[in-house]
Design a protein. Structure first.
Lengths: 173, 426
Protein backbone atom coordinates (compact mmCIF):
# COMPACT_ATOMS: atom_id res chain seq x y z
CA UNK A 1 0.00 0.00 0.00
CA UNK A 2 1.35 3.39 -0.90
CA UNK A 3 2.04 6.06 1.70
CA UNK A 4 -0.58 8.45 0.37
CA UNK A 5 -3.23 5.73 0.42
CA UNK A 6 -2.34 4.83 4.00
CA UNK A 7 -2.52 8.50 4.91
CA UNK A 8 -6.04 8.81 3.49
CA UNK A 9 -7.16 5.77 5.48
CA UNK A 10 -5.60 7.17 8.66
CA UNK A 11 -7.33 10.52 8.11
CA UNK A 12 -10.66 8.76 7.70
CA UNK A 13 -10.06 6.79 10.89
CA UNK A 14 -9.17 9.98 12.75
CA UNK A 15 -12.33 11.69 11.51
CA UNK A 16 -14.51 8.70 12.32
CA UNK A 17 -13.18 8.43 15.86
CA UNK A 18 -13.81 12.14 16.41
CA UNK A 19 -17.37 11.98 15.11
CA UNK A 20 -18.24 8.85 17.11
CA UNK A 21 -16.80 10.36 20.28
CA UNK A 22 -18.82 13.54 19.76
CA UNK A 23 -22.08 11.65 19.24
CA UNK A 24 -21.32 9.62 22.36
CA UNK A 25 -20.89 12.89 24.31
CA UNK A 26 -24.27 14.21 23.16
CA UNK A 27 -25.89 10.87 23.98
CA UNK A 28 -24.26 10.48 27.40
CA UNK A 29 -25.00 14.05 28.47
CA UNK A 30 -28.67 13.68 27.56
CA UNK A 31 -28.94 10.26 29.19
CA UNK A 32 -27.74 11.85 32.41
CA UNK A 33 -30.35 14.63 32.15
CA UNK A 34 -33.15 12.12 31.58
CA UNK A 35 -31.98 9.93 34.46
CA UNK A 36 -31.62 12.86 36.82
CA UNK A 37 -34.93 14.53 36.07
CA UNK A 38 -37.25 11.63 35.30
CA UNK A 39 -35.84 8.81 37.40
CA UNK A 40 -34.08 10.84 40.08
CA UNK A 41 -30.95 8.78 39.71
CA UNK A 42 -27.71 9.22 37.80
CA UNK A 43 -24.70 7.29 36.60
CA UNK A 44 -21.80 8.56 38.65
CA UNK A 45 -19.09 8.05 36.04
CA UNK A 46 -20.83 10.01 33.25
CA UNK A 47 -19.78 13.46 34.48
CA UNK A 48 -16.03 12.75 34.77
CA UNK A 49 -16.24 10.76 31.55
CA UNK A 50 -17.74 13.77 29.76
CA UNK A 51 -15.12 16.18 31.10
CA UNK A 52 -12.27 13.95 30.02
CA UNK A 53 -13.84 13.25 26.64
CA UNK A 54 -14.01 16.99 26.02
CA UNK A 55 -10.23 17.11 26.43
CA UNK A 56 -9.90 14.24 23.96
CA UNK A 57 -12.21 15.97 21.49
CA UNK A 58 -10.30 19.22 21.87
CA UNK A 59 -6.91 17.61 21.27
CA UNK A 60 -8.17 15.55 18.36
CA UNK A 61 -9.75 18.69 16.91
CA UNK A 62 -6.35 20.34 17.22
CA UNK A 63 -4.76 17.40 15.38
CA UNK A 64 -7.22 17.89 12.54
CA UNK A 65 -6.52 21.65 12.62
CA UNK A 66 -2.81 20.91 12.15
CA UNK A 67 -3.62 18.56 9.31
CA UNK A 68 -5.78 21.15 7.58
CA UNK A 69 -3.52 24.06 8.57
CA UNK A 70 -6.35 26.06 10.08
CA UNK A 71 -4.83 27.01 13.44
CA UNK A 72 -5.74 30.37 14.93
CA UNK A 73 -2.84 32.70 14.24
CA UNK A 74 -2.16 36.39 13.80
CA UNK A 75 -0.91 37.44 10.40
CA UNK A 76 0.14 41.04 10.68
CA UNK A 77 2.67 41.22 7.89
CA UNK A 78 3.40 37.80 6.45
CA UNK A 79 0.70 38.29 3.85
CA UNK A 80 2.44 41.37 2.49
CA UNK A 81 5.75 39.57 1.93
CA UNK A 82 6.69 38.06 -1.42
CA UNK A 83 5.95 34.35 -1.72
CA UNK A 84 9.63 33.39 -1.91
CA UNK A 85 10.22 34.81 1.60
CA UNK A 86 6.96 33.53 2.91
CA UNK A 87 7.80 29.95 2.14
CA UNK A 88 11.04 30.04 4.10
CA UNK A 89 9.49 31.82 7.06
CA UNK A 90 6.65 29.32 7.09
CA UNK A 91 9.10 26.43 6.97
CA UNK A 92 10.90 27.89 9.96
CA UNK A 93 7.65 28.38 11.85
CA UNK A 94 6.54 24.84 11.13
CA UNK A 95 9.90 23.54 12.32
CA UNK A 96 9.70 25.46 15.59
CA UNK A 97 6.08 24.36 16.05
CA UNK A 98 7.19 20.73 15.57
CA UNK A 99 9.89 21.25 18.21
CA UNK A 100 7.48 22.79 20.72
CA UNK A 101 4.92 20.02 20.20
CA UNK A 102 7.72 17.46 20.52
CA UNK A 103 8.81 18.92 23.87
CA UNK A 104 5.24 18.92 25.21
CA UNK A 105 4.76 15.35 23.90
CA UNK A 106 7.96 14.11 25.57
CA UNK A 107 7.21 15.64 28.96
CA UNK A 108 3.55 14.61 28.96
CA UNK A 109 4.68 11.08 28.08
CA UNK A 110 6.83 11.16 31.22
CA UNK A 111 3.79 12.38 33.16
CA UNK A 112 1.74 9.49 31.81
CA UNK A 113 4.53 7.09 32.78
CA UNK A 114 4.59 8.45 36.34
CA UNK A 115 0.82 8.05 36.68
CA UNK A 116 1.15 4.56 35.26
CA UNK A 117 3.62 3.64 37.99
CA UNK A 118 1.43 5.25 40.66
CA UNK A 119 -1.69 3.52 39.27
CA UNK A 120 -3.97 6.46 40.22
CA UNK A 121 -7.62 6.11 39.17
CA UNK A 122 -9.35 8.92 37.26
CA UNK A 123 -12.91 7.69 37.83
CA UNK A 124 -14.63 4.33 38.34
CA UNK A 125 -11.92 1.82 37.49
CA UNK A 126 -10.40 3.87 34.67
CA UNK A 127 -6.75 4.68 35.39
CA UNK A 128 -5.59 8.30 35.14
CA UNK A 129 -2.71 7.46 32.80
CA UNK A 130 -5.17 6.25 30.19
CA UNK A 131 -7.12 9.53 30.29
CA UNK A 132 -3.91 11.55 30.06
CA UNK A 133 -2.70 9.29 27.29
CA UNK A 134 -4.18 11.54 24.64
CA UNK A 135 -1.66 14.27 25.54
CA UNK A 136 1.52 12.58 24.26
CA UNK A 137 -0.40 11.03 21.36
CA UNK A 138 -1.94 14.28 20.14
CA UNK A 139 1.22 16.33 20.57
CA UNK A 140 3.36 13.66 18.85
CA UNK A 141 0.98 13.57 15.91
CA UNK A 142 1.00 17.37 15.70
CA UNK A 143 4.80 17.41 15.95
CA UNK A 144 5.02 14.91 13.13
CA UNK A 145 2.57 16.86 10.99
CA UNK A 146 4.38 20.15 11.53
CA UNK A 147 7.64 18.42 10.68
CA UNK A 148 6.27 16.96 7.45
CA UNK A 149 4.81 20.33 6.52
CA UNK A 150 8.14 22.05 7.17
CA UNK A 151 9.81 19.80 4.63
CA UNK A 152 6.99 19.71 2.10
CA UNK A 153 7.96 20.89 -1.38
CA UNK A 154 7.53 24.60 -2.05
CA UNK A 155 4.87 23.74 -4.53
CA UNK A 156 2.93 21.80 -1.97
CA UNK A 157 3.20 24.63 0.55
CA UNK A 158 2.03 27.16 -1.99
CA UNK A 159 -0.78 24.99 -3.20
CA UNK A 160 -1.97 24.32 0.32
CA UNK A 161 -1.98 28.04 0.92
CA UNK A 162 -3.98 28.76 -2.18
CA UNK A 163 -6.25 25.84 -1.35
CA UNK A 164 -6.78 27.21 2.11
CA UNK A 165 -7.71 30.59 0.73
CA UNK A 166 -10.10 28.93 -1.69
CA UNK A 167 -11.57 26.88 1.15
CA UNK A 168 -12.04 30.00 3.24
CA UNK A 169 -13.82 31.71 0.41
CA UNK A 170 -15.92 28.63 -0.09
CA UNK A 171 -16.76 28.48 3.59
CA UNK A 172 -17.88 32.06 3.32
CA UNK A 173 -20.16 31.55 0.36
CA UNK B 1 18.20 35.98 27.19
CA UNK B 2 14.54 36.18 28.20
CA UNK B 3 14.31 39.48 26.38
CA UNK B 4 15.69 38.00 23.16
CA UNK B 5 13.40 34.99 23.48
CA UNK B 6 10.33 37.19 24.07
CA UNK B 7 11.24 39.42 21.14
CA UNK B 8 11.72 36.55 18.72
CA UNK B 9 8.59 34.78 19.86
CA UNK B 10 6.51 37.96 19.49
CA UNK B 11 7.86 38.45 15.99
CA UNK B 12 6.96 34.88 15.03
CA UNK B 13 3.56 35.28 16.68
CA UNK B 14 2.77 38.13 14.30
CA UNK B 15 3.87 36.03 11.32
CA UNK B 16 1.25 33.36 11.62
CA UNK B 17 2.82 31.04 14.12
CA UNK B 18 -0.15 29.14 15.63
CA UNK B 19 -1.15 30.95 18.80
CA UNK B 20 -1.21 27.82 20.94
CA UNK B 21 2.39 27.11 19.90
CA UNK B 22 3.40 30.64 20.87
CA UNK B 23 1.86 30.28 24.32
CA UNK B 24 3.11 26.72 24.80
CA UNK B 25 6.63 27.80 23.86
CA UNK B 26 6.46 30.69 26.32
CA UNK B 27 5.20 28.35 29.05
CA UNK B 28 7.92 25.75 28.42
CA UNK B 29 10.64 28.37 28.36
CA UNK B 30 9.28 29.99 31.53
CA UNK B 31 9.12 26.73 33.47
CA UNK B 32 12.60 25.83 32.24
CA UNK B 33 14.03 29.14 33.45
CA UNK B 34 12.19 28.80 36.76
CA UNK B 35 13.61 25.29 37.22
CA UNK B 36 10.19 23.64 37.21
CA UNK B 37 9.82 20.15 35.75
CA UNK B 38 8.27 20.56 32.30
CA UNK B 39 5.82 17.71 32.95
CA UNK B 40 3.82 20.45 34.66
CA UNK B 41 2.78 21.65 31.20
CA UNK B 42 1.03 18.33 30.61
CA UNK B 43 -0.55 18.49 34.04
CA UNK B 44 -1.81 22.03 33.43
CA UNK B 45 -3.33 21.09 30.07
CA UNK B 46 -5.05 18.15 31.73
CA UNK B 47 -6.42 20.53 34.34
CA UNK B 48 -9.06 21.85 31.95
CA UNK B 49 -10.95 18.63 32.72
CA UNK B 50 -11.68 20.18 36.14
CA UNK B 51 -14.11 22.62 34.54
CA UNK B 52 -17.52 21.02 34.01
CA UNK B 53 -18.75 24.14 32.18
CA UNK B 54 -16.44 23.44 29.25
CA UNK B 55 -18.89 20.86 27.95
CA UNK B 56 -21.24 23.70 27.00
CA UNK B 57 -18.83 25.14 24.41
CA UNK B 58 -18.63 22.29 21.88
CA UNK B 59 -22.32 21.50 22.28
CA UNK B 60 -23.46 25.07 21.60
CA UNK B 61 -20.95 25.41 18.77
CA UNK B 62 -22.33 22.22 17.25
CA UNK B 63 -25.93 23.51 17.39
CA UNK B 64 -24.83 26.76 15.80
CA UNK B 65 -22.93 25.12 12.96
CA UNK B 66 -25.82 22.76 12.35
CA UNK B 67 -28.36 25.59 12.20
CA UNK B 68 -26.27 27.62 9.80
CA UNK B 69 -26.08 24.64 7.42
CA UNK B 70 -29.87 24.50 7.09
CA UNK B 71 -32.56 27.00 6.13
CA UNK B 72 -33.03 28.07 9.74
CA UNK B 73 -31.63 31.59 9.02
CA UNK B 74 -34.34 32.06 6.37
CA UNK B 75 -37.09 31.02 8.75
CA UNK B 76 -35.74 33.28 11.49
CA UNK B 77 -35.68 36.19 9.06
CA UNK B 78 -39.22 35.72 7.79
CA UNK B 79 -40.48 35.34 11.33
CA UNK B 80 -38.85 38.57 12.49
CA UNK B 81 -40.09 40.31 9.35
CA UNK B 82 -43.66 39.18 9.93
CA UNK B 83 -43.54 40.67 13.41
CA UNK B 84 -41.60 43.90 12.83
CA UNK B 85 -41.79 44.53 9.08
CA UNK B 86 -44.58 47.09 9.45
CA UNK B 87 -42.69 49.71 11.50
CA UNK B 88 -40.84 52.55 9.70
CA UNK B 89 -37.31 51.43 8.84
CA UNK B 90 -38.61 48.03 9.78
CA UNK B 91 -36.13 46.05 7.73
CA UNK B 92 -33.06 47.49 9.50
CA UNK B 93 -34.68 46.66 12.85
CA UNK B 94 -35.42 43.17 11.57
CA UNK B 95 -31.80 42.89 10.47
CA UNK B 96 -30.47 43.88 13.90
CA UNK B 97 -32.75 41.49 15.77
CA UNK B 98 -32.17 38.55 13.44
CA UNK B 99 -28.40 39.03 13.47
CA UNK B 100 -28.31 39.32 17.27
CA UNK B 101 -30.22 36.09 17.77
CA UNK B 102 -28.20 34.25 15.22
CA UNK B 103 -24.86 35.45 16.56
CA UNK B 104 -25.86 34.43 20.07
CA UNK B 105 -26.71 30.90 19.03
CA UNK B 106 -23.79 30.37 16.65
CA UNK B 107 -21.27 31.58 19.18
CA UNK B 108 -20.03 34.61 17.30
CA UNK B 109 -17.61 33.19 14.77
CA UNK B 110 -18.38 35.48 11.86
CA UNK B 111 -20.89 33.00 10.53
CA UNK B 112 -23.76 35.50 10.94
CA UNK B 113 -22.62 37.66 8.04
CA UNK B 114 -22.37 34.58 5.89
CA UNK B 115 -25.65 32.94 6.85
CA UNK B 116 -27.95 35.84 7.75
CA UNK B 117 -26.21 38.78 6.10
CA UNK B 118 -26.35 37.02 2.77
CA UNK B 119 -30.16 36.97 3.03
CA UNK B 120 -30.48 40.46 4.48
CA UNK B 121 -28.28 42.28 2.02
CA UNK B 122 -30.36 41.57 -1.11
CA UNK B 123 -33.57 42.17 0.89
CA UNK B 124 -32.32 45.60 1.96
CA UNK B 125 -31.23 46.50 -1.56
CA UNK B 126 -34.58 45.42 -3.00
CA UNK B 127 -36.43 47.57 -0.48
CA UNK B 128 -34.60 50.58 -1.85
CA UNK B 129 -31.82 51.14 0.68
CA UNK B 130 -28.53 52.40 -0.75
CA UNK B 131 -25.62 50.06 -1.24
CA UNK B 132 -23.51 51.80 1.40
CA UNK B 133 -26.23 51.72 4.02
CA UNK B 134 -27.07 48.06 3.40
CA UNK B 135 -23.45 46.95 3.33
CA UNK B 136 -22.56 48.86 6.48
CA UNK B 137 -25.62 47.60 8.29
CA UNK B 138 -25.02 43.95 7.47
CA UNK B 139 -21.33 44.15 8.35
CA UNK B 140 -21.84 45.89 11.67
CA UNK B 141 -24.86 43.79 12.65
CA UNK B 142 -22.75 40.68 12.18
CA UNK B 143 -21.25 40.88 15.65
CA UNK B 144 -24.39 42.06 17.46
CA UNK B 145 -25.58 39.48 19.96
CA UNK B 146 -22.26 38.69 21.61
CA UNK B 147 -23.84 39.73 24.90
CA UNK B 148 -26.80 37.39 24.54
CA UNK B 149 -26.91 33.85 25.92
CA UNK B 150 -25.62 31.35 24.78
CA UNK B 151 -22.89 33.26 22.95
CA UNK B 152 -19.63 31.41 23.48
CA UNK B 153 -17.47 34.46 24.32
CA UNK B 154 -19.88 35.29 27.15
CA UNK B 155 -19.59 31.77 28.56
CA UNK B 156 -15.84 31.74 28.05
CA UNK B 157 -15.43 34.99 29.99
CA UNK B 158 -17.35 33.40 32.87
CA UNK B 159 -15.20 30.26 32.73
CA UNK B 160 -11.94 32.20 32.69
CA UNK B 161 -12.97 34.41 35.63
CA UNK B 162 -14.16 31.42 37.63
CA UNK B 163 -10.77 29.76 37.06
CA UNK B 164 -9.08 32.66 38.82
CA UNK B 165 -8.43 32.95 42.51
CA UNK B 166 -10.58 36.00 43.27
CA UNK B 167 -12.02 37.39 46.49
CA UNK B 168 -15.49 37.52 44.94
CA UNK B 169 -17.51 34.88 43.14
CA UNK B 170 -18.88 35.52 39.67
CA UNK B 171 -22.27 34.01 38.91
CA UNK B 172 -22.71 33.08 35.26
CA UNK B 173 -26.43 33.80 35.46
CA UNK B 174 -25.66 37.37 36.55
CA UNK B 175 -23.47 37.76 33.50
CA UNK B 176 -26.23 36.47 31.25
CA UNK B 177 -28.78 38.88 32.71
CA UNK B 178 -26.37 41.83 32.59
CA UNK B 179 -25.93 41.45 28.84
CA UNK B 180 -29.57 42.11 28.04
CA UNK B 181 -29.73 45.86 28.77
CA UNK B 182 -26.60 46.79 26.80
CA UNK B 183 -27.72 44.70 23.83
CA UNK B 184 -31.11 46.45 23.77
CA UNK B 185 -29.34 49.82 24.00
CA UNK B 186 -27.17 48.95 21.01
CA UNK B 187 -30.15 47.84 18.95
CA UNK B 188 -32.12 50.96 19.94
CA UNK B 189 -29.27 53.33 19.03
CA UNK B 190 -28.65 51.56 15.74
CA UNK B 191 -32.36 51.71 14.91
CA UNK B 192 -32.60 55.42 15.66
CA UNK B 193 -29.56 56.04 13.51
CA UNK B 194 -31.08 53.93 10.71
CA UNK B 195 -34.32 55.94 10.86
CA UNK B 196 -32.34 59.17 10.54
CA UNK B 197 -29.94 57.91 7.88
CA UNK B 198 -32.69 56.59 5.63
CA UNK B 199 -35.15 59.47 6.03
CA UNK B 200 -34.97 60.18 2.28
CA UNK B 201 -35.21 56.58 1.15
CA UNK B 202 -38.24 55.32 3.02
CA UNK B 203 -39.10 51.73 2.16
CA UNK B 204 -42.67 50.74 1.48
CA UNK B 205 -43.70 49.12 4.74
CA UNK B 206 -45.76 45.97 4.64
CA UNK B 207 -48.87 46.23 6.80
CA UNK B 208 -49.01 43.88 9.76
CA UNK B 209 -50.88 40.77 8.78
CA UNK B 210 -51.85 38.02 11.21
CA UNK B 211 -51.84 35.58 8.33
CA UNK B 212 -48.19 36.31 7.56
CA UNK B 213 -47.30 35.93 11.20
CA UNK B 214 -49.21 32.66 11.31
CA UNK B 215 -47.46 31.33 8.23
CA UNK B 216 -44.01 32.29 9.53
CA UNK B 217 -44.77 30.77 12.91
CA UNK B 218 -45.93 27.57 11.25
CA UNK B 219 -42.76 27.39 9.16
CA UNK B 220 -40.60 27.78 12.22
CA UNK B 221 -42.75 25.54 14.39
CA UNK B 222 -39.97 23.09 15.29
CA UNK B 223 -37.50 25.84 16.08
CA UNK B 224 -39.85 27.86 18.28
CA UNK B 225 -39.23 25.72 21.40
CA UNK B 226 -35.48 26.42 21.14
CA UNK B 227 -35.51 29.72 23.06
CA UNK B 228 -37.65 28.06 25.70
CA UNK B 229 -35.21 25.17 26.15
CA UNK B 230 -32.33 27.61 26.23
CA UNK B 231 -33.52 30.64 28.09
CA UNK B 232 -36.04 28.90 30.29
CA UNK B 233 -33.42 26.38 31.25
CA UNK B 234 -30.61 28.80 31.92
CA UNK B 235 -32.34 31.88 33.29
CA UNK B 236 -34.94 29.80 35.08
CA UNK B 237 -32.21 27.76 36.72
CA UNK B 238 -34.00 24.47 35.95
CA UNK B 239 -31.00 22.91 34.24
CA UNK B 240 -27.32 23.84 34.25
CA UNK B 241 -25.70 25.54 31.31
CA UNK B 242 -24.04 22.34 30.11
CA UNK B 243 -27.33 20.48 30.35
CA UNK B 244 -29.10 23.17 28.35
CA UNK B 245 -26.33 22.87 25.75
CA UNK B 246 -26.73 19.10 25.57
CA UNK B 247 -30.50 19.37 25.19
CA UNK B 248 -30.15 22.06 22.53
CA UNK B 249 -27.66 19.95 20.60
CA UNK B 250 -29.83 16.85 20.47
CA UNK B 251 -32.98 18.86 19.79
CA UNK B 252 -31.43 20.79 16.89
CA UNK B 253 -29.97 17.59 15.51
CA UNK B 254 -33.32 15.80 15.54
CA UNK B 255 -35.39 18.62 14.05
CA UNK B 256 -32.94 19.54 11.29
CA UNK B 257 -32.07 16.01 10.24
CA UNK B 258 -35.36 14.20 10.73
CA UNK B 259 -38.17 16.77 10.77
CA UNK B 260 -37.05 19.52 8.40
CA UNK B 261 -34.76 17.05 6.60
CA UNK B 262 -32.52 19.88 5.46
CA UNK B 263 -29.25 18.32 6.52
CA UNK B 264 -28.53 14.89 5.00
CA UNK B 265 -27.12 12.53 7.60
CA UNK B 266 -23.93 12.06 5.60
CA UNK B 267 -23.17 15.79 6.02
CA UNK B 268 -23.22 15.40 9.79
CA UNK B 269 -19.57 14.27 10.16
CA UNK B 270 -18.42 17.47 8.46
CA UNK B 271 -20.41 19.60 10.91
CA UNK B 272 -18.93 17.65 13.83
CA UNK B 273 -15.41 18.03 12.43
CA UNK B 274 -15.84 21.79 11.96
CA UNK B 275 -17.10 22.08 15.51
CA UNK B 276 -14.23 20.08 16.99
CA UNK B 277 -11.59 21.95 15.04
CA UNK B 278 -12.91 25.33 16.18
CA UNK B 279 -13.60 24.39 19.80
CA UNK B 280 -10.48 22.24 20.03
CA UNK B 281 -8.41 25.24 19.09
CA UNK B 282 -10.09 27.44 21.70
CA UNK B 283 -9.72 24.84 24.45
CA UNK B 284 -6.12 24.13 23.55
CA UNK B 285 -5.28 27.83 23.76
CA UNK B 286 -7.13 27.96 27.08
CA UNK B 287 -5.17 24.95 28.33
CA UNK B 288 -1.71 26.21 27.44
CA UNK B 289 -2.67 29.66 28.70
CA UNK B 290 -3.44 28.08 32.10
CA UNK B 291 0.11 26.75 32.13
CA UNK B 292 1.54 30.08 31.04
CA UNK B 293 -0.43 31.93 33.72
CA UNK B 294 1.44 29.87 36.31
CA UNK B 295 4.74 30.98 34.82
CA UNK B 296 3.58 34.58 35.12
CA UNK B 297 2.45 34.08 38.70
CA UNK B 298 5.76 32.41 39.64
CA UNK B 299 7.52 35.47 38.24
CA UNK B 300 5.18 37.84 40.12
CA UNK B 301 4.17 39.52 36.89
CA UNK B 302 0.46 40.05 37.66
CA UNK B 303 1.42 41.78 40.93
CA UNK B 304 3.99 43.90 39.12
CA UNK B 305 1.51 44.86 36.43
CA UNK B 306 -1.08 45.59 39.10
CA UNK B 307 1.25 47.94 40.96
CA UNK B 308 2.40 49.64 37.78
CA UNK B 309 -1.15 50.39 36.70
CA UNK B 310 -2.24 51.42 40.19
CA UNK B 311 0.78 53.68 40.48
CA UNK B 312 0.26 55.34 37.13
CA UNK B 313 -3.52 55.74 37.12
CA UNK B 314 -5.38 57.22 40.05
CA UNK B 315 -8.77 57.67 38.57
CA UNK B 316 -11.13 54.87 37.68
CA UNK B 317 -12.50 56.75 34.66
CA UNK B 318 -9.03 57.23 33.23
CA UNK B 319 -8.48 53.51 33.71
CA UNK B 320 -11.72 52.71 31.91
CA UNK B 321 -10.82 55.01 29.05
CA UNK B 322 -7.43 53.36 28.58
CA UNK B 323 -9.09 49.98 28.88
CA UNK B 324 -11.49 50.90 26.08
CA UNK B 325 -8.61 51.84 23.83
CA UNK B 326 -6.61 48.72 24.63
CA UNK B 327 -9.56 46.38 24.11
CA UNK B 328 -10.54 48.01 20.86
CA UNK B 329 -7.04 47.47 19.55
CA UNK B 330 -6.95 43.89 20.79
CA UNK B 331 -10.39 43.15 19.38
CA UNK B 332 -9.22 44.23 15.97
CA UNK B 333 -5.99 42.20 16.13
CA UNK B 334 -6.85 39.02 18.00
CA UNK B 335 -9.82 36.76 17.64
CA UNK B 336 -12.21 37.16 20.52
CA UNK B 337 -11.54 33.78 22.14
CA UNK B 338 -7.79 34.18 22.34
CA UNK B 339 -8.18 37.77 23.51
CA UNK B 340 -10.50 36.63 26.30
CA UNK B 341 -8.25 33.80 27.42
CA UNK B 342 -5.09 35.89 27.41
CA UNK B 343 -6.29 39.29 28.62
CA UNK B 344 -9.04 38.59 31.14
CA UNK B 345 -6.76 37.10 33.84
CA UNK B 346 -4.53 40.18 33.62
CA UNK B 347 -7.28 42.79 33.52
CA UNK B 348 -9.74 41.48 36.11
CA UNK B 349 -7.60 41.91 39.27
CA UNK B 350 -6.64 45.45 38.27
CA UNK B 351 -10.22 46.38 37.42
CA UNK B 352 -11.47 44.97 40.70
CA UNK B 353 -9.14 47.29 42.59
CA UNK B 354 -10.80 50.26 40.88
CA UNK B 355 -14.10 48.99 42.23
CA UNK B 356 -15.37 47.77 38.88
CA UNK B 357 -17.87 44.94 39.15
CA UNK B 358 -16.57 41.77 37.42
CA UNK B 359 -19.97 41.32 35.76
CA UNK B 360 -19.86 44.87 34.42
CA UNK B 361 -16.25 44.34 33.36
CA UNK B 362 -17.29 41.29 31.35
CA UNK B 363 -19.90 43.33 29.53
CA UNK B 364 -17.38 46.13 28.87
CA UNK B 365 -14.84 43.59 27.65
CA UNK B 366 -17.20 41.86 25.25
CA UNK B 367 -18.84 45.06 24.01
CA UNK B 368 -15.39 46.36 23.05
CA UNK B 369 -14.54 43.06 21.40
CA UNK B 370 -17.77 43.26 19.45
CA UNK B 371 -16.69 46.62 18.12
CA UNK B 372 -13.26 45.18 17.36
CA UNK B 373 -14.85 42.74 14.93
CA UNK B 374 -15.37 45.58 12.49
CA UNK B 375 -12.73 48.10 13.51
CA UNK B 376 -10.81 49.13 10.38
CA UNK B 377 -8.47 48.12 9.00
CA UNK B 378 -8.13 44.58 10.36
CA UNK B 379 -11.45 43.63 12.01
CA UNK B 380 -12.31 40.08 10.98
CA UNK B 381 -15.90 40.77 9.95
CA UNK B 382 -14.76 43.44 7.50
CA UNK B 383 -12.81 40.80 5.60
CA UNK B 384 -15.63 38.31 5.77
CA UNK B 385 -18.05 40.91 4.40
CA UNK B 386 -15.56 41.83 1.69
CA UNK B 387 -15.30 38.24 0.53
CA UNK B 388 -18.97 37.44 0.95
CA UNK B 389 -20.36 40.46 -0.88
CA UNK B 390 -17.45 40.72 -3.31
CA UNK B 391 -16.83 44.40 -2.59
CA UNK B 392 -13.42 46.08 -2.26
CA UNK B 393 -12.26 46.66 1.31
CA UNK B 394 -12.30 50.44 0.87
CA UNK B 395 -16.03 50.31 0.10
CA UNK B 396 -16.60 48.18 3.18
CA UNK B 397 -14.70 50.69 5.35
CA UNK B 398 -16.66 53.63 3.95
CA UNK B 399 -19.99 51.88 4.39
CA UNK B 400 -19.29 50.70 7.93
CA UNK B 401 -17.86 53.73 9.73
CA UNK B 402 -21.15 55.52 10.59
CA UNK B 403 -22.40 52.33 12.25
CA UNK B 404 -19.05 52.03 13.96
CA UNK B 405 -19.44 55.50 15.48
CA UNK B 406 -22.97 54.74 16.69
CA UNK B 407 -21.84 51.52 18.38
CA UNK B 408 -18.76 53.25 19.77
CA UNK B 409 -21.08 55.71 21.48
CA UNK B 410 -23.09 52.78 22.81
CA UNK B 411 -19.95 51.06 24.11
CA UNK B 412 -18.86 54.25 25.89
CA UNK B 413 -22.28 54.58 27.51
CA UNK B 414 -22.11 50.94 28.60
CA UNK B 415 -18.64 51.48 30.03
CA UNK B 416 -19.37 54.63 32.03
CA UNK B 417 -22.93 53.85 33.14
CA UNK B 418 -22.64 50.56 35.06
CA UNK B 419 -26.36 50.66 35.84
CA UNK B 420 -27.12 49.83 32.20
CA UNK B 421 -25.64 46.39 32.80
CA UNK B 422 -26.41 45.94 36.47
CA UNK B 423 -29.92 47.36 36.87
CA UNK B 424 -31.59 43.97 36.49
CA UNK B 425 -29.37 42.39 39.16
CA UNK B 426 -29.74 42.69 42.92
Amino acid sequence: MSWSKLRVILHHLENALLVVLFIVVIGAANTQIVLRNLFESSISWIDPFLRITILWLALMGAMVATRERVHIAIDLFLRYLPYRWRIWIERLIHLISALVCGIVAYFSARLVWMEFSDATLAFASVPLWLCEGILPIAFSVMALRFLLQAFASSREMLDKDVLKQAAQEKAVT
Amino acid sequence: MTLVFTGLLSLLALMRMPLFIVIAAAACYGFYVQDVNLSVVGLEIYRITDTPLLLALPLFAFSGYLLSETRAPERLLSLTRAFFGWVPAGLPLVAFLTSAFFTAITGASGVTIVAVGALLYPALRQSGYTKDFSLGLVTSAGSLGLLLVPSMPLILYGIVVQQMDLPIQLELTDLFIAGIGPLLLMIAMLSVWSLWATRHQREATVPFSPRRVGAALWQARWELPLPVILLGGIYGGIVTLSEAAAMTAIYVLVIQVFLYRELPLRQLPRVVLNTCVMVGEILLILAVALAFTNVLINADIPTWLFEQVRGAIENRYVFLMLLNGLLLLLGALLDIFSATIIMVPLIVPVALSYGIDPVHLGIIFLANMQLGYFTPPVGMNLFIAGIRFKEPMTDIYRATWPFFLVLLAAVLLITYVPALSLFLLK
